[in-house]
Design a protein around this ligand. Structure first.
Ligand code: RP5
Length: 162
């Protein structure tokens, strides 16, 4: 596995960390080198563009971008790189994340963002999808994903009801 980060987990605010740490935990579980950073498309637009523009040269292969409200972080990231960008809409107080979902998922044709579910499920699935992308060229990761699926199946089949 590479020494530098393969996956970047970006989020628009530190207030997103409680959700996005779950993406980091999955990546750590699979021993994927990654880095997590707060970067905002509207509060730090220049630094966000610089970071994403340099990501490919740094060896990063997948970018996960989480934001809430008028959530344009993932779209802005995708505008600055051809690396796959996975968007995670954050739950929002005003509209329960529907605003985040629509503004992340509704990218006009030509600049894709792969959008996951709102909140923790999206955070965890973004990490799993990033691993699946990396696994295309890393057979050991594909095996690890198959073991992860098998564990979920076994857990479900062991469930008992009162
Ligand atoms: C977005 O605005 C962030 O991604 C966050 O989800 C939301 C609220 O940010 P804070 O006001 O909590 O910093 O940019």
């Amino acid at each position: 596995m590479a020494a530098g980060p393969l996956v970047a987990v970006l989020m628009g605010s530190k207030s997103d960390w409680e959700t996005m740490r779950q993406a980091g935990e999955i990546l750590s579980q699979f021993a994927i080198p990654h880095e997590c950073r707060v970067l905002s498309a509207h509060r730090a637009p220049v630094e966000t563009a610089e970071y994403v523009s340099q990501a490919e040269a740094r060896g990063i292969e997948v970018i996960i971008a989480a934001a809430g409200g008028a959530a344009h972080l993932a779209g802005v990231c995708a505008a600055h790189t051809v690396l796959p960008v996975l968007g995670v809409p954050m739950h929002s107080a005003a509209l329960q994340g529907l605003d985040s979902l629509l503004s992340t998922v509704q990218m006009p044709a030509g600049i894709p963002v792969g959008t996951l579910a709102i909140g923790p499920a999206g955070a965890r699935n973004a990490a799993l999808l990033a691993i699946a992308i990396l696994a295309n060229s890393r057979p050991e990761l594909r095996d690890a994903l198959k073991r992860f699926r098998a564990e979920q199946r076994e857990k479900i089949l062991r469930e008992t009801l009162p």
